[in-house]
Design a binder for this molecule. Structure first.
Ligand SMILES: Nc1ncnc2c1ncn2[C@@H]1O[C@H](COP(=O)(O)OP(=O)(O)OP(=O)(O)O)[C@@H](O)[C@H]1O
Ligand SMILES: [Mg+2]
Length: 338
């Protein structure tokens, strides 16, 4: 069985074809980063309009890459939420309409379930159950995962998401949008110990996060110090160290609380090398394993949507002809797979 996956929830148009026996057959990605860079963030209307231009050419390209035609596709999975409503509507409408035209089922997919299952596309996928740390541009969540669709949120951010904190702090430092990866690069030349940022909400029990204070702390540190490249790198280092350390403390806590030894991380920030390194250390200490997607599948992509859609279709889930677009859609409302 083969599924075509379509992702348009934010500023990436992603299309992929997943085969339940052969794995991933093709994936195409177009990033709108350049389109939004001048504005310092995603402009929703521009994002929607660009998805309109890119989605169908990418579907054609993916079919072409895989050497397939429409007759080889057994279902179409599209991101139905959460995300920017206009952007979601493009992928949802195209996905639902093509499914109707090709006479195959359409499967609305939860974007964060897509991220959470992205490590399943790797050679050594994690077994259930596990604790998942979802760290992206819009979400920071600790989830206890017993199986597909069996998600219990253990904690989440009360304000900025981890990726958002990276991007906002990077902007303060004059880096281009999205600044997360650039800030991380800058931090490579930073000196450990020159600045010490707080580890928010680690001094009390619980698994919630708060990252907006770190951005203010960064702003004050920038103001109070001379502005040279080394100082910037030192601030970037201290900021990244604080975010990563905070995430690592909460992962340790979640693993202890659930008695689990498997950790999965996914979402854009899981591409962060320092975070990967620190979580490897945490897991080594407790004799456990950490799993994450290859770098290109950390950020938004069609492969994770095709994979998640395949699991739901195999579960016999079908939908009517309605186009689904849900800007808000809590992950713990999903149905477990039987
Ligand atoms: N190496 C890195 N270090 C830190 N942050 C990174 C890195 N690479 C990507 N990011 C951050 O990841 C985020 C993008 O991830 P992703 O595409 O998963 O988010 P999103 O789709 O916008 O949000 P959501 O999935 O919550 O809707 C951005 O905030 C970006 O700065
Ligand atoms: Mg995302």
């Amino acid at each position: 069985m083969r599924i075509l996956g379509i992702e348009t929830s934010c500023d990436e148009t992603g299309v992929a074809i997943y085969d339940d026996e052969k794995g991933l057959l093709a994936h195409q990605l177009y990033s709108q980063v350049k389109l939004h860079a001048d504005y310092g963030g995603v402009v929703p209307e521009l994002a929607s309009r660009d998805h309109v231009k890119k989605t169908i050419p990418l579907i054609k390209a993916a079919l072409n890459d895989a050497g397939l035609t429409k007759d080889d596709i057994d279902g179409i999975a599209y991101t139905a939420g959460p995300g920017l409503v206009g952007a979601l509507l493009v992928g949802s409408t195209i996905g639902r309409s093509i499914a109707y035209a090709w006479d195959v089922p359409a499967i609305p997919v939860h974007h964060m379930e897509g991220h959470l299952l992205a490590p399943m596309l790797e050679d050594v996928p994690p077994a259930f159950p596990f604790v998942a740390l979802l760290v992206s541009g819009g979400h920071t969540m600790m989830v206890e995962v017993k199986g597909i669709g069996e998600y219990q949120i253990l904690g989440e951010s009360v304000d900025d998401a981890a990726g958002e904190a990276f991007d906002k702090t990077a902007k303060l430092m004059g880096l281009d949008y999205p600044g997360g990866p650039l800030l991380s690069k800058l931090a490579e030349n930073g000196t450990k110990g020159r600045f010490k940022f707080p580890r928010p909400m680690t001094d009390r029990p619980g698994l919630d996060f708060s990252f907006s204070g770190l951005k203010t702390f960064a702003a004050n540190t920038i103001r109070a110090n001379e502005d040279d490249l080394q100082t910037r790198a030192d601030i970037a280092f201290a900021f990244q160290e604080a975010v990563v350390d905070t995430l690592a403390i909460k992962c340790r806590r979640a693993l202890k609380q659930t008695g689990m030894k498997r950790l999965v991380m996914a979402g854009g920030v899981s591409a962060n090398k320092y975070l990967r390194q620190e979580l490897e250390v945490v897991m080594k200490k407790i004799g456990g394993e950490v799993y994450y997607p290859r770098t290109e599948f950390c950020t938004d992509n069609g492969a994770m949507i095709a994979y998640a859609g395949m699991q739901r279709l195999k579960n016999g889930e079908t939908t009517d002809l309605a186009v689904q677009a849900k800007p808000r859609w809590p992950i713990d409302q999903l149905a477990p797979i039987k």
